[in-house]
Design a protein around this ligand. Sequence first.
Ligand code: AMP
Ligand code: MN
Ligand code: MN
Length: 329
Amino acid sequence: MEQPDLLTQFDQAAELIAASRWPLLICHVAPDGDAIGSLLGLTWILRALGKNVTPASQDGVPKNLRFLPGSQTVVSQAAGQADLVIAIDSSDLERLGTVYDQALLNNVPLLNIDHHITNLMFGSLNVVAPTATSAAEVVYDLAQSQGWPIPPEAAQSLLTGLVTDTRGFRTSNVSARTLEIAQRLMEAGGSLHAVTEGVLEQRSFDTVCLWGHALAAARLQDGIAWTAIPLTMRVPCNGVEQSDSGLANFLVAADEVEVAVVLVERKEGPIDVGFRSAGRVDVAQLALGLGGGGHPRAAGCTLNMSLPEAKALVLRATREALAALPSQP
Ligand code: AMP
Ligand code: MN
Ligand code: MN
């Protein structure tokens, strides 16, 4: 069960929610299954409590998550009034993107619900549980602690967050309790099959094409596997956007790899960096040092520089993190 201080935070969060009529819920940019799943899960729970909820995501809802009920109600720009902002699955304020309009929302309480160990505690109330597998799990625990009903639409959404952030119950933080929560969510109306079939391994052929080019360009040196995806690499693949974290997961699974790094050039300029660790290097700290964040085995950052500069910086930092490890017996 949760630690006592987390239970206190749940009670405080429930007080903020009780006082709100127009909560605005925001997930992180380039949303994944947990971002959208926890966003919509909490949306349905709060709607059942009679709240006028606006779910928001700067980058909308990815195609493979549009089967989730309520995904068509997600806005990409906040309009109208809000008397409470709830940030979900985001370790810092910047990652909420342009939906969080500082000027407009400065005097509105900000509830930060997350599970990243690198969370910067940017909320007026922070409910951060680094041992939780997903933000969806934190939302589930919050609802349980308050006796809030979980409608079937919320169950499907939260199950999606739980399953995607654990890559189908395969990450090292999965416990018997994770499976118990999944069971409860299935009993409440969530379909496991809808997530495993529709989301986990599903990708377009254009993405498969891009993987082909990115894997052909991959290099391995001293336990670090890396590849870079410049804009030009997308051209023969119908310009597909690289948004699939499966590539970094695939690279880190190679026997010789301690850390996998995937650098992606974005149209707007910045470089997105994804890190995966086989277990010895804490990539959450590595990414935090570069202005990003994440989890010990999966993390990322965004760098405002050219791709060659980003590659040099990231590889240097990764080599240093590896060199700082105690030598293996
Ligand atoms: P990804 O490689 O995109 O699947 O991300 C792995 C983990 O790192 C997720 O928990 C993300 O929330 C986190 N992460 C990725 N990119 C960033 C970033 N630019 N800033 C902070 N955290 C990030
Ligand atoms: Mn996420
Ligand atoms: Mn998450």
